[in-house]
Design a protein around this ligand. Structure first.
Ligand code: SF4
Ligand code: SF4
Length: 480
């Protein structure tokens, strides 16, 4: 960090000392509990609005249906998946795999340019921790100083009542979150059924729900910031994903150093002092227990609490706000103002295109899927100058509307199909149907021993809804 020349003798500060310890651990390796001061300010307000919206979505989405399908369902137990009301089958998993690859590219590009904005504003861990559990804690135990005092004091009636109340409310909230989380897996109807019919009839699912609730309680009551600083792989990746052009929460060390305590009526510039008045407000407000003045650190989740805390201090002492702010490292070093650079614009456009591509893949996967497979070991038979092959068809209706279908051979011409019953196939919404058909050609149509044929599936309007290319077998001597 640079220092300004002056007559002022700043106390010796070891700027590298923070590297020898972890903010949430003491010298013996024991965990140091973080008591962040309640944040307030412009960014806190914005983050609150975003978190309220996300919480409303989390608690509301399980009840939303599109065409009678759940908006989102990831039922790994019964292998039923719905995304934006569209059923997804094992056959569609290539789209999900492509989606996963696209998401990884998206996350990497997004992080390279926009840093950890996701962690501070959108991550469920941050949303639940800071906007639900932490707020309840402030409500019951008070702000930082009161929490620290309560922790130090004997187990008297006040401490027992406050702690028991907090833990009970935490358990209750964990159970509520678990119920909603489970709705994304088995659907809200099933969760209501488990609740009303009791655990005896649904013992396995009930055990799963208890497991989830314990996990949520453990995460938010005890593990807390350790999820971000020690467990989350995304946080670990920051070191390789960000560079000097990445937007992050930064302390403007050029402006802030030499840090020194505030003295009324002092000309800090003349005294060679920087704008940081070393009040530690940015440190005490940090939910991961770090000092942003040490530069970008893996533990920083970009929650912006330190920006608000510092802005409040700057306002009080009459210095310009933004000593801690969203910026790139290059901007801080060159003392530039934040710019939405061409790199950011191009990346944003590319990310939008990636999202569009994913949307297109999901939209374009069709509402029907047909397959025609020859039974194992079957070949052909010839009768009255005609060659016949048997096929097993599998028809999958990916919509939730009933379909009346028929099957025709599109290429080559002059095929006859024996359906072993009606040639109209009724397929209910979300249904898979299997059956047999015989396809027969006049001998002259089959020019190869293994002839490519295309079988089409048509709806009752005569529209082709899917087609399948397969092999029709004929006698070897017919081949050219
Ligand atoms: S809140 Fe601002 S002024 Fe106070 S220590 Fe942090 S950076 Fe310095
Ligand atoms: S350093 Fe600032 S932005 Fe980063 S986690 Fe701490 S308070 Fe949040």
């Amino acid at each position: 960090m640079s220092t300004q020349s002056s007559n002022f003798q700043a106390p010796e500060i070891d700027y590298e000392d923070f590297r020898n310890s972890v903010g949430t651990m003491d010298e013996t390796g024991k965990r140091k509990w973080v008591y962040p001061r309640k944040p307030k300010g412009r960014y806190t307000n914005y983050r609150n609005y975003v978190s309220y919206l996300l919480l409303a979505l989390f608690f509301g989405l399980p009840f939303i249906k599109i065409n009678n399908n759940p908006l989102l369902l990831f039922n790994v137990i019964d292998r039923k998946f719905f995304i934006f009301g569209q059923p997804f089958y094992l056959q569609d998993f290539f789209i999900l795999a492509l989606g996963a690859v696209t998401s990884v590219i998206f996350v990497m590009l997004f992080t390279v340019v926009f840093g950890r904005i996701f962690c501070g504003w959108l991550c469920p861990q941050t949303i639940f921790m800071e906007s639900v559990f932490r707020k309840i804690e402030y409500l019951i135990e008070g702000d930082r100083n009161k929490q620290m005092k309560l922790d130090r004091q004997e187990w008297n009636s006040e401490k027992i009542i406050k702690r028991l109340t907090k833990w009970l409310v935490f358990v209750l909230i964990s159970v509520i979150i678990m119920n909603f989380m489970f709705m994304y897996i088995v659907g809200y109807e099933e969760v209501f059924k488990i609740i009303t019919e009791g655990p005896v009839d649904h013992s396995l699912k009930f055990l799963g729900m208890i497991g989830f609730a314990i996990m949520f309680y453990f995460t938010f009551a005890w593990l807390r910031e350790q999820v971000c600083t020690l467990v989350c792989p995304y946080g670990r990746l920051q070191g390789v994903l960000i560079d000097k052009q990445t937007i992050n929460v930064y302390y403007d060390f050029k402006r802030g150093e030499n840090r020194s305590k505030w003295r009324n009526n002092e000309d800090r510039k003349a005294a060679g002092k920087g704008d940081c008045i070393d009040c530690h407000q940015c440190v005490v407000v940090c939910p991961t227990g770090i000092d942003i003045r040490n530069g970008q650190q893996l533990e920083c989740v970009n929650c912006t609490a330190c920006i608000d805390a510092c802005d409040e201090v700057m306002e009080k002492v009459g210095l310009p706000k933004g000593l801690i702010r969203y910026a790139t490292e290059a901007e801080i070093e060159n003392q530039e103002k934040f710019r939405f650079t061409s790199r950011m614009k191009v990346t944003t456009l590319f990310l939008a295109l990636l999202i569009g591509f994913l949307g297109f893949l999901m939209y374009d996967r069709g509402s029907m899927e047909a397959k025609f497979i020859k039974p194992a070991g079957s070949t052909f038979f010839i009768k009255n100058g005609k060659i016949t092959n048997t096929f097993i068809y599998t028809l999958l209706n990916k919509s939730n509307q009933q379909k009346k279908l028929t099957i025709k051979v599109i290429n080559p011409q002059n095929a006859e199909i024996n359906f072993f019953g009606s040639d109209k196939i009724i397929l209910k919404g979300d249904q898979i149907l299997k059956g047999n058909i015989n396809i027969t050609f006049p001998e002259k149509e089959i020019k190869f021993s293994k002839q490519n044929i295309t079988i089409g599936v048509f709806d009752d309007q005569g529209t082709l809804v899917d087609s399948f290319e397969t092999i029709f077998e004929g006698p070897f001597q017919l081949a050219f």
